[in-house]
Design a protein around this ligand. Structure first.
Ligand code: ZN
Length: 359
């Protein structure tokens, strides 16, 4: 039997598709939880069906809805978007007839990064990637030093598995602030706003009868968290909030289903970023430089999160922290956002080289 591959072509570290977390409470998994490999949730009783998040495109979301019919053959009544990122929202249009709900802040953010702009970036990345593959005689033997072409090629590859050509951005019709209760038949689902953390409008779904928390992108498991809103203290507060629910299982936005132990480890990571990263910002060191210093240090290799995917996301997290310290309102956006992504790719290139050398 062949090994299952992820959307990005890596060997899957956990099973894809629906997995039952508790009775009538399922997680839809996309290993390994990398870019766009987001999870979703299915909560039902009888004919009453609620989803937590759609996926990044219509093909992926359509497949999820089809698989769901094998578990409960009824149309979704409710769709809850945990936050504004496309990989949790852009498949919304396939939930025809469902009430779609998010926090007010998340809904406002959904229009900021429309599918059109990311599609342009995807096409640009593909083009640059294609140029990179042209045989040497055509481009000469110039040494580009891998800068800055490689990061863009990398982004093109990262976006290649997704198809945004037919996205009709479908926004929630209902919004809430702070908290809201949803009824799924006689079951109760609590929507709880916990942001700003990963984004400005983060919320989670808590299912008390199943003791399951759909924590979305407040939790990255097996991959490094990426902070677009923060500050870090606020993300730690969000982790405290979900830790106080009494959940037996957590479904992260990216990565495998987990328990409180893994939530504690994410918290430890942010405590480490605070101690080692923010302390450098305090000394006037630039975020990207501070992050690279930490990631390339010998000590880093012995930390529990050294094995997490995409360690270079720390560049984004520290850049966001600095942005907030400088009085920046809301989350990193526009040109600042793409500049930071480029820096992150440069850092991951450096890290890749270091690891290749060490191997
Ligand atoms: Zn996500």
């Amino acid at each position: 039997m062949g090994q299952e591959l992820t959307l990005h072509g890596e060997v899957a570290r956990f099973d894809a598709g629906f997995t039952e977390v508790a009775p009538g409470t399922w997680a839809y998994m996309q290993p390994n939880g990398g870019l766009g490999e987001s999870n979703a949730g299915l909560i039902f009783e009888g004919e009453h069906v609620m989803f937590v998040d759609s996926l990044w495109d219509n093909m992926l979301t359509g497949k999820m809805l089809e698989d769901a019919r094998g578990i409960v053959d009824a149309a979704p009544e409710t769709l809850f978007n945990t936050h504004s990122d496309g990989d949790h929202v852009w498949g919304n249009q396939l939930f025809t007839g469902a009430r779609i709900i998010s926090t007010t802040t998340a809904k406002n953010l959904m229009t900021l990064d429309p599918p059109k702009s990311l599609r342009a970036m995807q096409l640009g990345g593909n083009l640059i990637g294609a140029i990179g593959r042209v045989p040497l005689p055509f481009i000469g033997r110039r040494d580009y030093g891998n800068l800055p072409r490689l990061p863009l090629t990398h982004m093109g590859n990262e976006m290649a598995p997704f198809d945004w050509s037919d996205i009709n951005l479908t926004l929630p019709q209902e919004t809430f602030d702070d908290a809201m209760t949803i009824e799924v038949g006689s079951r109760r689902v609590e929507l709880i706003e916990v942001g700003p953390a990963h984004t400005m409008g983060d919320a989670v779904a808590w299912v008390p009868d199943a003791r399951v928390c759909f924590a979305a992108d407040v939790l990255f498991i097996g991959g490094t968290p990426i902070m677009w809103a923060g500050p870090i203290a606020s993300w730690i507060a969000a982790l405290e909030k979900i830790s106080s629910l009494g959940a037996e299982k957590f479904v992260p936005g990216h990565g495998p289903v987990c328990t409180q132990n893994e939530v504690d480890l994410v918290r430890d990571y942010f405590e480490w970023v605070t101690a080692e990263g923010i302390s450098q910002l305090d000394r006037g060191i630039a975020p990207a430089k501070a992050a690279r210093k930490l990631l390339l240090s010998r000590e880093f290799e012995n930390l529990p999160w050294a094995s997490w995917d995409d360690p270079a996301r720390l560049v984004v997290t520290l850049s966001t922290e600095q942005f907030r310290r400088n009085g920046g309102a809301g989350q990193l956006g526009g040109a600042a956002r793409s500049r930071v992504i480029t820096l992150m790719q440069l850092a991951s290139t450096a890290l890749g080289r270091k690891r290749a050398k060490a191997a």
